[in-house]
Ligand binder design. Sequence first.
Ligand SMILES: [Zn+2]
Ligand SMILES: [Zn+2]
Length: 80
Amino acid sequence: MICQECRDNGQKSVVRAHKSGVEWPNSYGDSFYDEEGHPHDHNPNTYVFGHICSNGHVWSTEMRMECGRCGHAWRDEITS
Ligand SMILES: [Zn+2]
Ligand SMILES: [Zn+2]
């Protein structure tokens, strides 16, 4: 992770997690073990992670938790 603003300014910085930007949804997805006993975590939530760089720039990124087994594939299962 690189601070975009620092990169634009040609600066270097250390990026840390910034607590105030984090939103943890309280609904959980479908976690289960498949027929072969492999864990799946099909969590439909989007998580917002806050970041702050050592030059004081604050921003956030969104990410979705991916199932380590199915990757993107499971979303198709849900929508179909
Ligand atoms: Zn920065
Ligand atoms: Zn899966």
